[in-house]
Design a protein around this ligand. Structure first.
Ligand code: G3P
Ligand code: CA
Length: 251
């Protein structure tokens, strides 16, 4: 399914942390709103609570995206659930909780074709997060619809070796623990994430030659979308998915 989309003429549009431009990132509301737009994929970030639950939050701390302070991994799930993950964005979203991966899986039962971009953030817990996420996604019969993402080459290697899942990595300058050579990090990737400022036709051609699908983030207006398409990308992760949807999936 993912291969058909990304290797054919279709372009995959993913909602970055849900529908990040309009709703508080990585909340169930942000995912639901992206899904209502009809995106092909939703992207989200995983971390571990103190008591071992896989939760969806981008930063190492809760400081930026909740009303709390401290490292995510210093809170139990019950404590994380007390935090407000919506009010920082706009007071009309006050009271939205940090979701668990399991809660997102429940939402996805209503969207049987949507694809998942599962980013595991670098931390001392990343292998445990990966193991728990893979197990849960397999139980929920969602694993075939996933691409995993990591900025850590050690975790990329671990996921590739242990589970054989599709991986999105990044250019070597952006990855921790990058390894060169035939068994190196690029060989473990399915796609390569290219930040908009680094996106050029030459970069896309180079990665395609290496067998990597070019995946850019985040084209958020019509001009950027047109440029990205002109460069030859086949996957786009957008804070605002609307311009990309309009360009590649016109009604
Ligand atoms: O998939 C690309 C993107 O999600 C990586 O950046 O900062 O949103 O985790 P960030
Ligand atoms: Ca991410």
């Amino acid at each position: 399914m993912i291969e058909t989309l990304a290797l054919g003429s279709a372009v995959i549009v993913a909602g970055h942390r849900g529908y990040k431009s309009e709703y508080p990132e990585n909340t169930i509301l942000a995912f639901e709103k992206a899904l209502e737009l009809g995106v092909d994929m939703i992207e989200f970030d995983l971390r571990l609570s103190k008591d071992g639950f896989v939760v969806i939050i981008h930063d190492e701390t809760v400081n930026r995206t909740t009303n709390g302070t401290g490292e995510v991994s210093s809170f139990s799930l019950a404590e994380l659930k007390q935090l407000d993950a919506g009010g920082w964005f706009n007071e009309r979203f006050a009271g939205l909780p940090i979701p668990t991966l399991e809660e997102l899986c429940e939402l996805l039962e209503r969207y049987p074709h949507v694809l998942l971009n599962v980013e595991i953030k670098p931390s001392i817990h990343s292998e445990e997060v990966a193991d728990k996420a893979v197990a849960l996604l397999e139980t929920k019969e969602l694993l075939d619809r996933c691409v995993f993402t990591s900025f850590d080459a050690n975790l990329t290697a671990y996921l590739h070796r242990t589970y054989g899942v599709r991986m999105q990595g990044f250019p070597e300058q952006e990855m921790h623990n990058f390894k060169q050579g035939p068994e190196g990090t690029y060989s473990q990737m399915w796609a390569i994430g290219i930040h908009m400022p680094l996106l050029t036709p030459e970069a896309v051609e180079r990665y395609k030659t290496m067998g990597l699908l070019p995946w850019c983030y985040c084209p958020d207006n019509a001009e950027q979308v047109e440029y990205a398409l002109g460069c030859g990308v086949t996957l786009m992760t957008c804070n605002d998915p609307v311009p990309a949807m309009q360009a590649v999936k016109p009604l």
